[in-house]
Structure formats: structure tokens, C-alpha cells
Design a protein around this ligand. Structure first.
Ligand code: ZN
Length: 262
């Protein structure tokens, strides 16, 4: 693959803390979760790109609000099979594969935040990349609006099984707040302490903390660490001994704790 052919992946900031991920190659573009059309249209114009595809992970307004305006230019819209979203051309669920800008993406069902949430995984990229919407965040996970702790934990397990080097492109810059909570759970996790310093410095420079990697999430994200003694002990200390009897209960206790954490 020559340099000119390489896929570039750029965040388009929107609203207060959303990242709409712009994929481009050779004048062609795709956008992931366009909650707002205007910043995407500006980015396309600046870079002289033609929008060919829109990838949607779930139905929330800050992920689909720009569909109408962007679709009118003729882009193909991909989205979850199990969610009711206007304007989806091709509905997808686990096992489906699509080709966008010459890159093959496999679809992974990741219910929990919403009932039909999907992620898009490009194994052929070096390093591989996953676009996971509001399921796995940097050092956190999405709220359980439509799913159970068991469903969300199974979804995170699917993402945890991806290659360790996989870049994790989530949809929000929540990292510092997530790290503050993670430190309340695992104050003595040295990898987490290092991540806190690095992420704080990145934000101070005005840089996105995204993408992270699956390896970094496995080392520092309490929602990916329900099996570790430290996270289990913290869940028990917070919610009582039942929270330590199995990993789903541990995960549920940590998720409920985060919901109340300020
Ligand atoms: Zn959402």
C-alpha cells in the first residue's frame, strides 16, 4: 500500500464532547456517527473529500442527527439491524462484513448502552481499529440505558478479545472524568496512575485522548477488569459481599457506582 493510499482517521469535534470520526483516502471519505452535519460538511470541504459512506453505531440523537443532511449527497448509510433509525440503507449485525473506502469492516453486536448497538472492526488496518460508539470509552463504558449488566459485560468481552494493539475509537472525550472514577476504584493501579498523568497532559495541550488501545483498556479500565481482585474488592467495599460473588455482579456494582459518582 503506497503512502497516498493509506486510510487516515481524524476526529471531527461536535457538540460539547463528541468525536465524529472522519475516514478518508484518495479524496473519498466516510464518517462514523454524524450527530451534526455542519462540522462534517466543513471538514469535507476543507479537505476536498467526497462522502461515500456513513457508519452508525446506535440510535441516539448525538450520533444520527446529521444523517438527513449528509445523506442527500448520496452517501450509503450503514447502521444497526436491531434499531429503528430513519435513513439506514444497509442494516447490519454480528457476522456481517462491509467494504468502505476499500477497507473491510466486520460488525460486532455490542448491546447494553442501547439494545441494538453495533461496533465496526477493521482488522486489515495496521494497527487494527474499532469504532465502538458509546459502548467502550477510554477508561469507561456507556450507561446502560436499554441493556442489562450481563449484556454489557458480554459486549465488552467481545471488544476485549480483539487484538491488543487495536485502536479504540469511541465517540466521546470523557477520559479525564472516567480516570477520576477509575482511580476511586483502583487507586494503586500503576498503569492507571500513569494514564492519568498522560491524559491530563494531553488535555492540557488541547489534544484528544482518543484513540486508546485494547491493551490500555485491559490494564486500566475498571469495566474491563471485573475479574481482577482489586476491582472485585472495591465493588464489595462499595456494594456489599454479593458484589463479589461473580463477575456480572461485580460489573453491575461498579457501573451503578459510576452512575452516582461526582
Ligand atoms: Zn449513546
Amino acid at each position: 500500500m503506497s503512502h497516498a493510499d493509506e486510510l487516515s482517521i481524524t476526529p471531527v469535534p461536535a457538540f460539547r464532547d463528541n468525536y465524529l470520526w472522519l475516514l478518508s483516502r484518495d479524496g473519498r471519505a466516510a464518517i462514523v456517527d454524524p450527530g451534526d452535519a455542519a462540522p462534517v460538511q466543513r471538514a469535507l470541504a476543507e479537505r476536498q473529500l467526497k462522502l461515500e459512506a456513513i457508519l452508525v453505531t446506535h440510535h441516539h440523537a448525538d450520533h444520527v442527527g446529521g444523517l438527513d443532511a449528509l445523506q442527500s449527497a448520496g452517501a450509503t448509510v450503514y447502521g444497526p439491524r436491531r434499531e429503528d433509525i430513519d435513513g439506514i440503507d444497509i442494516r447490519l449485525s454480528s457476522g456481517d462484513r462491509i467494504e468502505v473506502l476499500g477497507v473491510s469492516f466486520s460488525v460486532i453486536d455490542v448491546p447494553g448502552h442501547t439494545a441494538g448497538h453495533i461496533a465496526y472492526f477493521a482488522e486489515v488496518l495496521e494497527p487494527p481499529a474499532v469504532f465502538c460508539g458509546d459502548t467502550l470509552f477510554a477508561c469507561g463504558c456507556g450507561r446502560l440505558f436499554e441493556g442489562t449488566p450481563m449484556q454489557m459485560l458480554a459486549s465488552l468481552d467481545r471488544l476485549a478479545a480483539l487484538p491488543a494493539a487495536t485502536r479504540v475509537y469511541c465517540a466521546h472525550e470523557y477520559t479525564l472524568a472516567n480516570i477520576r472514577f477509575a482511580l476511586a476504584v483502583e487507586s494503586d493501579n500503576a498503569d492507571l496512575q500513569r494514564r492519568a498523568r498522560e491524559a491530563t497532559a494531553m488535555r492540557a495541550r488541547g489534544e484528544p485522548t482518543i484513540p486508546s488501545t485494547i491493551a490500555l483498556e485491559l490494564a486500566t479500565n475498571p469495566f474491563m477488569r471485573a475479574d481482577t481482585p482489586g476491582v472485585r474488592a472495591a465493588a464489595v467495599a462499595r456494594a456489599g459481599s454479593a458484589a463479589g460473588t461473580d463477575r456480572v455482579r461485580t460489573f453491575a456494582a461498579i457501573r451503578a457506582w459510576k452512575d452516582d459518582f461526582r
